[in-house]
Design a binder for this molecule. Structure first.
Ligand SMILES: [Fe+2]
Ligand SMILES: [Fe+2]
Length: 276
């Protein structure tokens, strides 16, 4: 293993901050986004988030001594706090969902814990450290899309779950470079991450989120109604495009997780977040 100079690529005007907002979900409607397809996709993500974010935190904590740059180390510590808060809140929303009849969530949680624990047992060090960077690829992609296409997702609805998603999306965008920088500072290999993403994590992520989404859509009998079929297929196609976008950019020498558009979107979303 060759050690290279660690380097945080998070822009100077992005201050990674562990916010602790309080959300009250009592009045949240069952279909809290513009339609059941998008709502249940976000619900499916929520099911996977607590254990995924716990795994990210465990891996970053375990490897903390490998990161030498003070700025990057500080960002990792704040990321751990952010992910801890996200996981706690998603555990709460998952409990609410399970309490409203979606008890299959408990089964999916168990499967995820078993499979991911097994995978970590057989992982090499490099594969394990690439895992948080791979997860962040997906959370950053969804967050960027949610914040920049709010009308597509919400159809101008307002409720606590939407506000909660804005908070999570903002912090995911904010720390999007951290796990990538951490991985890169240790391994500095431009090909491993795109390879893991394309061959393993993209199929795993797509299959797991779409399976859980399908469970929700089955419970609500949405999937049996032909009027939703075209929208459902379109949504799946849009998601696959979104998740796979940029995977091969990681192999470019000039690659940086932050684009100028990301910075603009971040500042705009931060401003909006401050207002609430
Ligand atoms: Fe998160
Ligand atoms: Fe994250």
């Amino acid at each position: 293993m060759t050690r290279h100079t660690p380097q945080s690529t998070t822009p100077k005007n992005v201050q990674i901050t562990a916010r602790q907002p309080i959300f009250e979900f009592k009045e949240t409607p069952a279909i809290w986004l513009s339609d059941p397809i998008k709502t249940h996709f976000m619900n499916a993500l929520s099911v996977l988030i607590p254990f995924s974010e716990k795994t990210v935190n465990e891996i970053m904590r375990k490897n903390i001594e490998l990161f030498h740059e003070a700025k990057l180390k500080k960002e990792i510590q704040t990321l751990i706090k952010q992910e801890g808060a996200h996981a706690r809140m998603h555990r709460e929303t998952n409990k609410i969902l399970a309490g409203t009849g979606y008890t299959g969530i408990l089964f999916f949680e168990k499967i995820q814990i078993r499979l991911m624990s097994l995978l970590r047992k057989v992982s090499t060090d490099v594969f394990e450290l690439a895992m948080p960077a791979a997860f962040e690829h997906f959370t950053a992609a969804i967050s960027r899309d949610f914040l920049s296409h709010e009308f597509y997702w919400t159809n101008n609805k307002e409720n606590t779950a939407i506000e909660f998603s804005r908070w999570h999306a903002l912090e995911e965008l904010e720390h999007q470079a951290v796990c990538y920088d951490a991985f890169n500072s240790v391994y500095n290999n431009k090909y491993r991450l795109p390879m893991y993403l394309a061959l393993i994590w993209l199929p795993v992520f797509v299959i797991s989120t779409f399976t859980i989404q399908l469970y929700f859509l089955h419970k609500d009998r949405i999937v049996y109604q032909p009027k939703y079929w075209l929208a459902y297929l379109r949504f799946m196609g849009r998601c696959i495009k979104l998740f796979s976008k940029g995977i091969f950019s990681y192999s470019k020498v000039s690659f940086s997780p932050w684009s100028p558009q990301d910075e603009t979107l971040y500042q705009k979303s931060l401003e909006r977040f401050r207002k609430h």
